[in-house]
Design a protein. Structure first.
Length: 399
């Protein structure tokens, strides 16, 4: 058992250090809100973006090595000209893009200067602009679209370091601060960019399902330690495929591989309600195994029948996530409101917290808050996002 555990840890260390990085972009401007806005839009397109205020450009080039530098007018053409000269003198091999007023003569003059001195200039970004305009400008960095039916082998993704963990916040409905998150796996293919999970999550027949599930748990726990170190401890739920839950010996090995100093009280294993509602004995065995490790169960996609699980004291169910089927539109649908109320009442009587999934509009947010949900999850608050951007949201003030 000790040798198996050591091998599992060694394999995971190799996997965590082999993550393929996205193209890097640096946004230079004196206005923080402008930098944050552009950096956020570039991250939405798949960049690893950094914003800089009063830039030491040489230091940025040495430390961050950006593939793209985006800069605005600063204090006028003179300062922009100095930035362009610095890029040339340092031998910058990436590309640059100016942004500024759509009909600004200064913008066009600086664009001509950059092209004249041999800097690889992208088309200028005239403000205001549409999302599609920015995507068109940086198209040379964006991956080609993946074929609709192109599957990605889980073993290849692991060996190549294409897997990433993304996170979507669970928001307290009153303070509007993130108190939890769902961990989601993404593949960043070198040619096709981010790929839908449906194309790479292994089935029960896949011999690499164990390695895939091992990566998910270990990566989420490593990120959880980083969140706590940054004084932002949050609960994280990790979704495992049903086939992994059938192999109790494997799950136990993965849990034993987590270092003892790592607190597991903030970790929940997320299972779909439909996968376990008809097999309570199996769920009870799995739950007992997790309880020994101080790990709870989060039940996802809960409907009317799922509320019965909250009343079972032999199961460490700590969270019920009501699916978007009942949350979206609950502001105006009394049937959905009744289902949500029933689940919430049963869960709260058992000391189980509830999460409304699919809160995408302000009306549904108000309804979910008034119904009494403990946490809310949906694109109204945040989309799933890669690690560095999610860490920034933890440190930000509530909207």
């Amino acid at each position: 058992m000790a040798s198996d555990q050591s091998s599992l840890q060694s394999t995971q260390i190799v996997q965590l250090d082999r993550r393929r990085g996205p193209p890097r972009a640096c946004v230079l401007d004196h206005k923080p809100h402008v930098r944050a806005f552009l950096a956020g839009m570039l991250e939405e397109l798949g960049f690893a973006a950094r914003d800089c205020g009063a830039p030491d450009l040489k230091k940025i080039l040495d430390e961050f090595a950006p593939d793209l530098i985006v800069f605005g007018p600063f204090n006028g053409p003179t300062e922009v000209g100095l930035l362009i000269q610095t890029l040339i003198f340092t031998g910058y091999g990436g590309r640059a893009m100016l942004f500024g007023g759509r009909h600004s003569n200064a913008l066009m003059e600086m664009q001509e200067l950059g092209e004249r001195v041999g800097l690889a200039m992208l088309p200028p970004l005239g403000t205001p602009f549409r999302d599609g305009t920015l995507a068109d400008n940086v198209a040379c960095f964006l991956p080609i679209a993946a074929p609709a039916d192109m599957p990605v082998d889980a073993d290849e993704a692991l060996r190549s370091g294409w897997l990433e963990m993304w996170y979507q916040s669970k928001i307290d409905p009153r303070s509007l601060t993130p108190t939890g998150a769902e961990a989601l796996v993404r593949v960043r293919h070198p040619n096709w960019g981010l790929i839908s999970p449906s194309t790479f999550i292994a089935g029960a027949h896949d011999p690499y399902l164990r390695t895939f599930s091992q990566y998910v748990i270990m990566r989420a726990m490593a990120d959880s330690v980083a969140f706590a170190a940054g004084r932002h401890p949050i609960d994280i739920s990790v979704d495992l495929p049903r086939a992994a839950l059938n192999d109790l010996e494997f799950v136990d090995k993965v849990l034993q591989a987590i270092p003892e100093h790592v607190s597991k009280r903030g970790l929940q294993i997320e299972v779909r309600c439909a996968d376990i509602i008809g097999d309570i004995p199996r769920l009870r065995r799995f739950a007992s195994q997790l309880a020994f490790r101080n790990i709870g169960i989060s039940i996802d996609d809960v409907g009317r029948e799922g509320a019965l699980l909250a009343g079972r004291h032999d199961l460490p169910v700590v969270e019920l996530k009501v699916g978007g089927k009942y949350v979206r539109g609950c502001a105006t649908d009394r049937v959905k409101q009744a289902v949500c109320s029933e689940i919430i009442a049963t869960a709260h009587d058992s000391g189980v917290r509830t999460v409304a999934v699919g809160v995408d509009t302000h009306a549904d947010y108000v309804a979910a808050r008034e119904l009494g949900f403990d946490l809310l999850q949906g694109v109204l608050f945040s989309k799933p996002m890669e690690l560095t951007r999610f860490e920034r949201t933890l440190a930000a003030r509530p909207a």
